[in-house]
Design a binder for this molecule. Structure first.
Ligand code: BV8
Length: 236
């Protein structure tokens, strides 16, 4: 593979698995144990806000306690090296944790939102949030009580920054998906969009994803070792 200058990286829960954060669709994963329709939809929140907020409180505590692993670190280092050479590594994550940022990545696009932020459904202002949320939580911006929700994208809601993501994809000369099952759209469609644009594609995953047939190349193994090896082969 010739040295790419503009790499589009899509990450999923598998990247944070070795940091102790649960994946979703693996055996024993979050959506294997809990029904996403009862926890991660606007309808679930409207019907039973306490249960939904408790679920995200539990996961937020896990994110605060977790630490970045070698996969997060390798991506941050590769982005810095590529930038020194006049290139760009565009990092788009489906993850709601902040482990890419804590490993040193800048300008991470969180297409499914961020768990360490809360959004007021009255004034729409987004506020950094590390504590539990409950129906007594008040908005620091407008003072409304009981209107704060996790700033994450639920099923049926529009993912964030789609225009920015599609523009970066169109300019890429390599597409890499890491630790994602390829089960959730629109993220799962990006490999086919890349292929339609003649951009080489590679998946790095523990096992073949739902989209495995769509990739030109694959490296199977834990992200903490497979991703650093892949990036090292690109001299990054
Ligand atoms: C939308 C945030 C309209 C909250 C999440 C039927 C067909 C097609 C589409 C649909 C359909 N019915 C409904 C839809 C749309 C729906 C969808 O895709 N549903 C699926 C389930 C069928 N999508 C939506 O509703 C989205 N919005 O479509 O809007 C639209 C959009 C664009 C244009 C026009 C209109 C919004 C979806 C957002 C849902 N929010 N998260 C929260 O976290 O609670 S979902 C959830 O899945 C996760 O949070 C994560 O973000 C996402 C993706 O999961 P993965 O990251 O891939 O994780 P997963 O566990 O599945 O896989 C992990 C992988 O890692 C595995 O392959 C495993 O082998 C591997 N692995 C494990 N350990 C390691 C590893 N790999 C490497 N190393 C390891 N150590």
């Amino acid at each position: 593979m010739s040295a790419p200058k503009r790499i589009f990286v899509l990450t999923g829960a598998g990247v944070s698995a070795e940091s102790g954060l649960g994946t979703f669709r693996d055996r024993g994963g979050i959506w294997a144990r809990f029904d996403p329709m009862k926890l991660a939809t606007p309808e679930a929140y409207a019907a039973d806000p306490d249960t939904v907020l408790d679920f995200y409180d539990h996961r937020r505590r896990g994110v605060v306690a977790a630490k970045p692993n070698a996969a997060h670190v390798a991506l941050a280092r590769a982005a810095a090296r590529l930038a020194e050479r006049g290139g760009e590594l565009f990092l788009c994550t489906q993850n709601v944790d902040d482990l890419h940022e804590r490993a040193g990545s800048r300008a991470v696009v969180h297409m499914h939102g961020e768990l360490l932020k809360a959004r007021c459904t009255a004034c729409e202002v987004v506020t950094p949030w590390r504590d539990d949320l409950n129906r007594a939580s008040s908005c620091p911006a407008c003072g409304s009580v009981g209107r704060m929700r996790p700033d994450v994208v639920w099923f049926g809601e529009m993912p964030m920054q789609l225009d920015t993501i599609e523009a970066a994809l169109a300019e890429a000369d390599l597409f890499v998906a890491v630790g994602t099952s390829g089960a959730v759209y629109p993220a799962a469609s990006y490999v086919r969009q890349a292929r339609a644009l003649n951009i080489p594609t590679c998946e790095i995953n523990l096992e073949p994803s739902d989209n495995a047939d769509a990739f030109d190349e694959a490296r199977y193994g834990p992200a903490s070792t497979a991703l650093p090896h892949f990036l090292a082969a690109l001299d990054l």
